[in-house]
Write a protein that binds this ligand. Structure first.
Ligand code: F6P
Length: 390
């Protein structure tokens, strides 16, 4: 009998989701698997809300997800396990392709006996293998596009550096990323002066010192702060994190605002601080079409996801992108013995970030350079580049 597999997308959307769905659908057609869409992630499975993919014309290069998304924590819903199992059997589904971040994927562990391919996606880049002592080049779907976007956004050629220069501003730009600094770190390819990530509590006095020194020299400073970054006392820089999502994670608000406000006050003794500004691009990081690396990776993972069923998986496996000898490749990770995704929750490696300079290290750069292209050729300072051109 023809196998019937469901595909769902959960958590924060990323640009290459339609490419995964479209590619999985194409492959399913070609190998004789019946692939059905499930609307709004795990929520749609509860409600048995199916989407007939054969009736949709999916533009693979458009962002967002035709299947829509939700953040549902099945551990918090009474009887969710039984309800989902009932839905799977009523819908005649032999397995699932679950495309999500840490939270969406963690729900899958409630159904160990259901064959599932868990495809990691999130602009936060915080799911992958995190072996201590080993630097592994994994990335999650959506990260390449968002990473490129943030580096363009702060750069001289395409971003904020020019207005910082023209108006002699100190600009604080907020990055998404939750508790991981991967996205903020990626901005280094657009050369901001300083980057603050959650993995290292902010030494504010040192930052002040560096900002004063840099501003005296360049007359403009660009700082990128990750939304989940903390002051040295452990409190969040974010102005408000009281609103929580279904997994209890804070929905950060105003980290750049709050750091800019403090700098505005404290730097007054050194210079005019009227042009200390905060910018929060927020959902812009998740918007738009996937870049080439994201698109190609999504096509690869969608196809591989279906092939894994044809090869006969019997339990959940994690499917991600890793760095092989001949470039990035799809990698399947056995989840036997794992009770959750925790082992695969990964943060910025301490070798990638220098807290004394608030900057990426050469090792960090070598990780990123395979995923993000450098936007400007110069190391620091619009001034140098602009005056050179003049
Ligand atoms: O997990 C991805 C992410 O973009 C985080 O970086 C961010 O904190 C969060 O989603 C915000 O998402 P939402 O407002 O949709 O809950």
């Amino acid at each position: 009998m023809k196998r019937r597999i469901g595909i769902l997308t959960g958590g924060g959307d990323v640009p290459p989701l339609n490419a995964v769905i479209g590619s999985a659908y194409r492959q399913a057609e070609s190998v004789g698997v019946d692939l059905v869409g499930i609307a709004r992630g795990w929520q749609g499975l509860f409600e048995m809300d199916l989407v007939d993919l054969s009736r949709l014309s999916i533009d693979l290069s458009i962002g967002g997800t035709v299947l829509k998304s939700s953040r549902v924590n099945l551990n918090k819903v009474d009887g969710s396990r039984e309800q989902i199992q009932r839905a799977l059997s009523r819908l005649g589904l032999d397995g699932l392709i679950v495309v999500g971040g840490e939270d969406t994927l963690s729900n899958a562990f409630l159904f160990r006996d259901v064959p599932q391919v868990l495809i990691s996606k999130t602009i936060d880049n915080d799911v992958g293998i995190n072996e201590p002592g080993e630097i592994v080049n994994y990335f999650t779907l959506g990260y390449p596009t968002a990473a490129q976007k943030i580096s363009s956004l702060v750069s001289l050629k395409e971003g904020l550096r020019t207005t910082a220069y023209s108006h002699e501003r100190i600009m604080v730009v907020e990055s998404m990323g939750m508790h991981a600094g991967w996205l903020a770190l990626a901005s280094s390819m657009g050369h901001p002066d300083f980057i603050i990530i959650p993995e290292f509590p902010l030494n504010y006095d040192l930052l002040m010192e560096k900002v004063v020194e840099r501003y005296r020299k360049e007359r403009s400073v660009l700082i990128v702060v990750s939304e989940g970054a903390r002051w040295e006392n452990g409190e969040y820089i974010s102005a408000d994190e009281s609103e929580k999502d279904n997994f209890g994670h804070p929905r950060f608000k105003g980290g750049a605002e709050s750091l800019a406000k403090r700098l505005k006050t404290d730097l007054k003794t050194h210079f005019d601080t009227r042009n200390v500004n905060a910018v929060n691009p927020s959902y812009i990081y998740r918007a738009g079409k996937p870049n080439q690396l994201d698109y190609n990776s999504a096509i690869l993972l969608g196809k591989e996801g279906v092939d894994l069923f044809s090869n006969g998986i019997s339990e959940p496996v994690l499917l991600t992108i890793s760095d092989g000898k001949d470039g990035f490749k799809a990698e399947t990770i056995d989840l036997r013995g794992q009770t959750g995704i925790d082992k695969f929750h990964r943060f910025v490696d301490s070798r990638y970030y220098d807290p004394a300079e608030f900057q990426i290290t050469p090792e960090g750069k070598s990780y990123l350079s395979k995923i993000v292209s450098e936007v400007d050729e110069v190391e620091y300072g619009a001034k140098r580049e602009i005056t050179r051109r003049v």
